[in-house]
Design a protein around this ligand. Structure first.
Ligand SMILES: NC(=O)C1=CN([C@@H]2O[C@H](COP(=O)(O)OP(=O)(O)OC[C@H]3O[C@@H](n4cnc5c(N)ncnc54)[C@H](OP(=O)(O)O)[C@@H]3O)[C@@H](O)[C@H]2O)C=CC1
Ligand SMILES: O=C(O)[C@@H]1CCC=N1
Length: 273
């Protein structure tokens, strides 16, 4: 089965649901086979539905056993949303949840023990085909369903399976939330540029384009990040002066990143309770 043949219901048309949907439509998902459910009927998604030709409705009604149901609502509303999905999930429907925290057991509790659940953790660069998604397939998900899930999730960037559900908490902390860390780096570099005397507009352009360029270089180059870093760093030069601060064992970025990602991982675990 190719992505063009999949019948898909997306529950939750917010930032992540919308990003995935844009990516999938660009990659060949047939809009005629797509239904999006979101009670708020957000205006932006309404316009996209009219433009692309998929069905956009407020409540799950008149949908029978799609190949895939993707759940992209906040973990906090999951207990309210899942009971409304029981009637549309068939024996061969794969339920792919992208929610942080919500465990497979919560899906089975609402949809039935036999429900075929995949927990996936994408990120918003999926919107432009540069996503990173990792997923865990629960008991009962067959090889062909894994293939179908992998086809869908790898269509929006890179995709890997993880072998235990617990690893999804770490994935969430690194690649799920990760784009926000990079966007914050742009903000921090722009502020630092202003502090060094650049005007706000120029500092913003320099910071943003530096991250864009470094990201594209990482994308196009086969070299490890450490080598690309060394290629910028002249001995005794300006980069080395900055890296002495950023790579300091005490108070450097490494220690800060460990602390930040541990906080994200812990929050993911908390959300599962
Ligand atoms: N944003 C990200 O980068 C990532 C998010 N995720 C996960 O994706 C999920 C969604 O996050 P995000 O997109 O950021 O959140 P958003 O709030 O942007 O999106 C959630 C959407 O679900 C809608 N919704 C609420 N109740 C229902 C319902 N009963 N049926 C259908 N839709 C409903 C919300 O409507 P309303 O606003 O009107 O309540 C909203 O449009 C979360 O579980 C999050 O953990 C995973 C990876 C990355
Ligand atoms: O912030 C969150 O909880 C979600 C999960 C990963 C990215 N956004």
């Amino acid at each position: 089965m190719t992505i063009g043949d999949i019948s898909l219901v997306l529950v939750g048309a917010g930032k992540m649901g919308g990003a995935m949907l844009s990516g999938w439509l660009d990659m060949g998902l047939n809009p005629a086979n797509v239904t999006v459910i979101d009670p708020g009927l957000p205006q932006e998604m309404n316009q996209l539905a009219e433009q692309k030709g998929f069905r956009f409705i407020a409540t799950p009604y008149g949908i029978v056993c799609p190949d895939v149901v993707v759940v992209a609502v906040k973990p906090q509303v999951m207990d309210k949303v899942l009971p409304t999905l029981k009637s549309l999930v068939g024996a061969s429907t794969v339920v792919i949840s992208v929610a942080a925290g919500t465990p497979v057991s919560a899906f089975k509790a609402h949809l039935g023990e036999e429900a075929l659940v995949v927990r996936a953790m994408p990120n918003t660069p999926a919107q432009v085909g540069r996503g990173m998604t990792a997923a865990f397939a629960s008991h009962g998900v067959t090889a062909s369903m894994r293939t179908l899930t992998a086809a869908l999730l790898s269509s929006m960037g890179m995709f890997v399976w993880v072998e235990s559900e617990g690893q999804i908490d770490a994935v969430t902390a690194i690649s799920g939330s990760g784009p926000a860390y990079v966007f914050h780096m742009v903000e921090a570099m722009a502020s630092a540029g202003e502090a060094l005397g650049l005007d706000a507009e120029t500092a913003g352009i320099l910071a943003r384009q530096t991250i864009v360029g470094a990201g594209e270089l990482l994308h196009q180059s086969a070299l490890p990040a450490a080598t690309l870093r060394k290629n910028v760093t002249s001995p005794g030069g300006t980069t080395a002066a900055a890296l002495n601060v950023l790579m300091a064992e005490q108070g450097g970025l490494g220690a800060l990143m460990e602390k930040a990602t541990a906080a994200a991982r812990d929050r993911s675990i908390e959300l599962s309770k």
